[in-house]
Ligand binder design. Structure first.
Ligand code: ADP
Ligand code: MG
Length: 440
């Protein structure tokens, strides 16, 4: 079995060690990162993401514990070897670009090659071809200040790749960019991972980026509190047996980490039982199924509520169908302990989901039901809202409130009725199942 490329064992990083303002920014951190992986370090500001990244980069020696890259302790290297390592093994991209303002774009990219044997023409040719590849070849003779933020960041992506590093580090590379530039930069970094097969370690606090990664380390107050595997990407790190997701309930548990086991069961059952049901029917079926699962109504009453016409609060299916549903539900109630098993096995939240697909569905619903067409800003906001809701950053009440907020403050500017409807619709869409397709 392949050995991990980067290993942290009980790693602690201490700032101002021995002084009165000593501060432990990382504590007892353990990671195994394999060659070719795309890893995201995720967490709130101040949680230690950058500290971990710069420690891997060779700039912050461990206070305690060990950090090995390809089995080597890079901090034991003599200075010249450490510099070699930082120059040729690691590439780095910063949030603030860090381009040299007085040099042309081409010279900025060619600069890190100055210490290799290549002559000037060779260096410039390579720099130009990387700039072409990242879509900024036509501005190579300008100075950085004449470029947009997105262009400058693509220049720094080119610069980070110029010495053909094995590992690319990126500290919030899209933190200063608009959504279009963000997408371009994320796509380029994705390409460096999937096409060039470079290992990527990216720092981010944007939930929308998580689906790019193979795995995510969640940091909080200097600890890694969780490691989450992206079910949508084929894993490089060997997955332990029993750790793969096998059932729909397990998938739902990942999609809705904050929901109770009962709620997830209802969602799963309703998804199983329905195909062409209307919004109202699904809501009612969920309610009835919830009562049945909790033992508040018996089988006969459940069937009755399914058969009842819509205008009398029922689901309006025929008796035969209602009986079938009751049988399926009953048998699943009796033997579906998937979620509990899953949660017991791995205290894990999932954060990977088809965010854009969900946003599209909600947008369609709004245009059909209320004749509201979402503009670009609203679309961006709803996509972000979905990310926050699905990762558990906000509760359904918060979602509801934010839907009513103005577009400038991150909302959709909906009326109370529309917001209530969308909040419920969102749950319904999830109940129907989000298409989680595997990416190779
Ligand atoms: P993140 O990247 O997740 O926002 P950082 O790794 O930058 O977090 O910082 C983690 C903690 O360490 C923060 O509380 C920060 O104030 C502290 N810290 C970062 N750099 C230094 C430093 N050079 N000296 C002292 N404390 C620092
Ligand atoms: Mg940081």
């Amino acid at each position: 079995m392949a050995k991990p490329l980067i290993v942290c064992r009980d790693l602690s990083i201490i700032y101002n060690q021995g002084k009165s303002n000593e501060f432990k920014a990382l504590q007892g951190v353990n990671t195994d990162i394999f060659e070719g992986e795309y890893i995201i370090l995720f967490g709130a500001s101040g949680s230690g993401k950058s500290t971990l990244m710069y420690s891997i980069q060779g700039s912050l020696p461990p206070g305690e514990g060990t950090l090995l890259i390809k089995g080597d302790d890079i901090y034991s290297y003599p200075p010249s070897e450490r510099v070699y390592f930082q120059r040729y093994v690691m590439g780095i991209i910063f949030q603030s670009f860090n381009l040299i303002g007085s040099l042309s774009v081409l010279d900025n990219v060619a600069l890190p090659m100055i210490f290799c044997d290549a002559d000037r023409t060779t260096r410039e040719r390579r720099a130009q071809s990387l700039l072409d590849r990242f879509g900024v070849g036509h501005v190579s003779h300008k100075i950085p200040a004449m470029l947009s933020g997105g262009q400058q960041q693509r220049v720094s992506v080119a610069r980070s790749m110029v010495n053909d590093p094995k590992i690319l580090l990126a500290d919030e590379p899209t933190g200063n960019l608009d959504s279009v530039s963000t997408q371009q930069v994320m796509d380029k970094i994705d390409e460096i991972n999937t096409f060039d097969r470079r290992t990527i370690i990216m720092v981010s606090h944007n939930a929308a980026h998580l689906s790019y990664a193979h795995r995510v380390y969640y940091l909080k107050d200097g600890f890694i509190v969780r490691e989450v595997v992206n079910p949508q990407r084929k894993q490089i790190k060997p997955v332990k047996e029993g750790e793969t997701i096998v059932t729909e309930l397990e998938q739902l548990a990942r999609l809705f980490p904050y929901d109770s086991v009962e709620t997830l069961r209802v969602k799963s059952l309703v998804n199983y039982l329905t195909q062409d049901f209307s919004f109202d029917q699904i809501i009612r079926l969920e309610r009835a199924t919830g009562m049945f699962i909790q033992g508040k109504v018996d089988r006969d009453a459940y069937i009755k509520s399914l058969v009842l016409p819509l205008e009398r609060g029922g689901v309006e299916v025929d008796t035969k169908e209602a009986r079938r549903m009751a049988s399926v539900t009953e048998s699943l109630i009796n033997n579906a302990d998937d979620i509990r098993r899953y949660r017991a096995r791995k205290d894990n939240n999932s954060i990977f989901f088809s965010q854009h697909k969900l946003a599209e569905r909600i947008s369609e619903h709004l245009s059909q039901k209320y004749n509201i067409k979402l503009n670009k800003e609203q679309n961006t906001n709803i996509t972000e809202l979905i990310a926050d809701r699905v990762t558990g950053v906000i509760e359904d009440d918060d979602l509801n409130q934010r839907l009513m907020k103005g577009v400038k403050s991150g909302g959709l500017g909906l009326s109370e009725k529309e917001a209530d409807d969308i909040t419920r619709y969102f749950e319904k869409v999830i109940a129907q199942g989000v298409d989680v397709s595997y990416k190779n």
